[in-house]
Design a protein around this ligand. Structure first.
Ligand code: GRF
Length: 199
């Protein structure tokens, strides 16, 4: 059985991307990471992906000016050309337009560093600390048009400990992100039906 081909969209260091690529190297993992795309040409994750033998492309937004959909059409063309079945956002720091979200509905995942629906948006660790929460964590969800609001596929919880700094708390959550994202992708990949060969 062919495995669904996965693309990962990044903007930066790509530690979740690396966790997904490494997990997918296991023979029994139900998906194959075939492509990494960054909107930033200098994203550290691009070199990491290449070092792990995965094709990695920069598709910068600049040439498209204010036309965000045109940028996404270029990304979509690269995905379609490589027969991608699932897209994972992993620190992709650009809001998507309805165009790309609709094209990949049910097949586009994101990881967010909070227990959604709590703390959508940025600076989650600082906001969790400021609110005096006892628990924090991360969420893998399907991407919908509303930011950080799609159906939750998986969550992992960590304790917030006395004296935690933002960095210490972020690192504790990141360990769970690297475990949770490959698990959630595997679960979705097992459910995806690939088109018959030649269809
Ligand atoms: C992670 O915390 C992820 O949850 C958030 O952005 C960060 C990306 O980090 N969406 P990395 O590039 O995967 O290291």
């Amino acid at each position: 059985m062919p495995k669904p081909r996965v693309a990962i969209l990044i903007s930066g260091r790509g530690s979740n991307m690396e966790a997904l690529i490494r997990a997918a190297r296991e023979a029994d993992y139900p998906a194959e990471v075939a492509l990494v795309i960054s909107n930033k040409e200098d994203a550290a994750g691009l070199e990491i992906a290449r070092g792990l033998g995965v094709e990695a492309l920069a598709v910068p937004a600049r040439p498209f000016g204010r036309d965000r959909e045109a940028h996404e059409r270029a990304i979509d063309a690269a995905l379609v050309e490589r027969n991608i079945a699932i897209v994972c956002l992993a620190g992709y720091m650009r809001l998507l337009t309805p165009y790309l979200v609709k094209r990949w509905a049910g097949r586009m995942l994101n990881i967010h560093p909070s227990l959604l629906p709590a703390y959508p948006g940025v600076d989650t660790h600082a906001r969790v600390l400021a609110a005096g929460e006892a628990a924090h964590g991360c969420t893998v969800h399907l991407v919908t048009e509303e930011m950080d609001a799609g159906p939750v596929l998986a969550q992992a919880r960590v304790a917030v400990l006395p004296g935690d700094s933002e960095q210490v708390l972020a690192a504790r959550v990141l360990v769970q992100e690297h475990r949770l994202y490959p698990e959630a992708l595997a679960a979705l990949a097992r459910k995806i039906r690939l088109p018959e060969a030649g269809a």
